[in-house]
Design a binder for this molecule. Structure first.
Ligand code: ADP
Ligand code: MG
Length: 241
């Protein structure tokens, strides 16, 4: 579905991604781990065309994307959930969920609102439709952000460290929502996270990015029982508590 082929990315003289080749299948649940600064965000930003590789190709369904197609695909076909929820503070929860379908997909307001309520229910927040994001806890805001990502009915959702700015007691609620989502067979999920319990439960595959290099990939089982590289072992010893 998405393939990075020999993708490298530099910012000035700093090569952040080094010759990454990686394919993601439709419906796959892929978890990306790696130390801070290893290029995880940059890699998923290349996958959804928020960032342009310095060299190499991003191929979607077998097609190399032109610049125009890239801009379109980014907006129309993938959703992203960020560490810092990025909700619109001046809009209610419901409006946060309906603005993109109404503006980008020309869905009728009433239909968009009905759909939004279904998504809010899925994340357990239907009673919060009319409040502003600032009145919600971090965990609730992140669940709203996930519901918002769902409103576009996209086949792929990128999560960039969705729980790493949350208070500890808020993390599980967000992960539970993501585990529920992962049961959708045809939804592709690409998740940067260090929640290895979550990874073990939902990942079809984990990749370890280290200083811009895809150093190791395998099943969760592999990562828990038989990691090869010393740098991965060291990293895992720090994140698995
Ligand atoms: P990670 O998500 O693994 O923490 P990032 O992909 O955010 O890593 O960043 C990898 C490296 O690239 C970091 O050293 C970061 O400072 C640098 N970097 C990321 N984005 C930019 C940018 N827009 N301009 C310059 N440097 C950047
Ligand atoms: Mg990052």
């Amino acid at each position: 579905m998405i393939r990075l082929e020999n993708v490298s990315k530099s910012f000035g003289t700093h090569e952040v991604l080094k010759d990454i080749t990686l394919s993601i299948e439709e419906g796959e649940k892929l978890v990306i781990i790696g130390p801070s600064g290893s290029g995880k965000s940059t890699m998923i930003r290349c996958m959804n065309f928020l960032e342009e590789p310095t060299s190499g190709q991003v191929i979607i369904n077998g097609q190399v994307m032109s610049k125009k197609q890239r801009a379109h695909i980014n907006r129309a076909n993938s959703s992203m959930v960020f560490q810092q929820f990025n909700l619109y503070p001046h809009l209610t929860v419901l409006e946060n969920l309906t603005i993109a379908p109404i503006r980008l997909k020309h869905v009728k307001k009433q239909d968009a609102e009905e759909a939004a309520m279904v998504y809010l229910k899925r994340v357990g927040l239907e009673e919060k439709a009319s409040v502003y994001p600032s009145t919600l806890s971090g965990g609730q805001q992140q669940r709203v952000a996930i519901a918002r990502a769902l409103t576009m009915n996209n086949k792929i959702i990128f999560f960039d460290e969705p729980t790493s700015s949350l208070d500890p007691e808020m993390i599980q609620g967000v992960l539970d929502v993501m585990v529920e989502l992962s049961k959708e067979n045809n939804l592709t999920m690409v998740v940067v996270t260090h929640e290895m319990g979550f990874a073990r439960k939902v990942a079809d595959r984990i990749v370890f990015l280290d200083e811009g290099i895809l150093l190791e990939e395998g099943t969760p089982e592999h990562f828990f029982t038989n990691p090869r590289h010393e740098r991965l072992k060291l990293f895992l010893s720090k994140i698995i508590r």
